[in-house]
Design a protein around this ligand. Sequence first.
Ligand code: AMO
Length: 416
Amino acid sequence: MDSIKGWVHEVRDIGGIKFVIVRNRNGLYQVTLPKKKVSEDIFSFVDTLSREDVIEVSGTFQEARSRDFSTELIPDDIRIINKSATPLPLDPSEKVHAELDTRLDNRFLDIRRPAIQAIFKVRHALIKHARDYLDSQGFLEIHTSKIISTASEGGTELFPVKYFEKQAYLTQSPQLYKQMAMAGGFERTYEIAWYFRAEDHNTTRHLNEATAIDIEMSFIESEEDIMQVLEQLIHHAIKGVVNDCQDELETLGVEIKVPSVPFKRISYDEAIELLQGKGMAIEWGEDLGTESERIIGEEMVTQGHEYYFIKRYPRNKVFYIQPEGRYCRGFDLDCKGLELTSGGQRCHEYDTIVERIEEFGMNPDNFEDYLKIFRYGMPTHGGFGFGLERWLMMILDLKNVRECILFPRDRHRTTP
Ligand code: AMO
């Protein structure tokens, strides 16, 4: 006796034969009820089923003569596990189009859609293979506190947390802690966790709570050592996804190419020249904003590079990056015009990091716990923060980063 459990996706009645399409995490199944082959009770019982009822069907699988199914289940019994209310606020069979907001308001129903399940299966595979790669390279997985008392990323706002009688914040990045892990002698660590950013912009690329892969690595010669880990990680993880997720990629109608390594590297100076050459009014030292990133992305894609590094930024990029004259050892990794990663070699000497904090107009007294780690034997080190939702969005060619996280938090959304 065969049996399947799942949700009623659709009921079709074409006279002498009825079909119940059942959906579960493995996909869709056809339950076929030829009037002459099943009991009268079951044949009429099917008419009482509503879409999204949870049922168990027992019977015998046989080969099907159907365009969509290679097998079909001829039922002996259909049992209702739980009825669904009607009408549905969202149609999981995807026959009725729904706007993103409606979908997110009813996310549990949205997730029942095979294409949405596929996104999260790819996300799972991506994390699994990224983790496998880092494990294979001797990185230790750590988890750091998400409640912080000092900002690490200037430029993005903090969410305040009332922490008993003190003021605390939700973390913007594990930055200071991953550096502490280097001071602690772990030498290679990674963390896959959340950032909270109180950024006001409500765009298709920004979340107020995002997931990231952060690594940190000691005894490096330069930021190149970090960039190599990143390009290898991307190469391996995408190879893993292509290997594991053919069905999901087919469901999503996406074909992905494993990017070859090494990735293209361009310097910030070259990026500025390119932008000026395209008529953009941008001066050396300015940030590369969305429009600049888009133009650089177009040019890189024309040259055959989906993934590319932009390195040797001006020294005003971030305070914890090692300065070098008017430049610093920071880099970004962009994909088709979207920034996925920031990273670089960090300052490791006490005097340099104090000067950098002052150079950025901040007060070293507010960094007491952080500064301590530079005084008692800090190795050269560096790392990166890699936005997972943005990466998934680019891999799957999705139009909105909210598609890539189960319960997105944006300017207006704190539910569900
Ligand atoms: P950065 O601030 O550039 O660097 O963040 C790293 C990466 O995280 C992702 N990201 C976001 N994704 C979606 N929505 C957001 N609001 C958002 N903010 C950031 C991006 C980004 O490239 N401490 C450094 C990293 C390091 O040097 O190790 C940092 O946080 O993909």
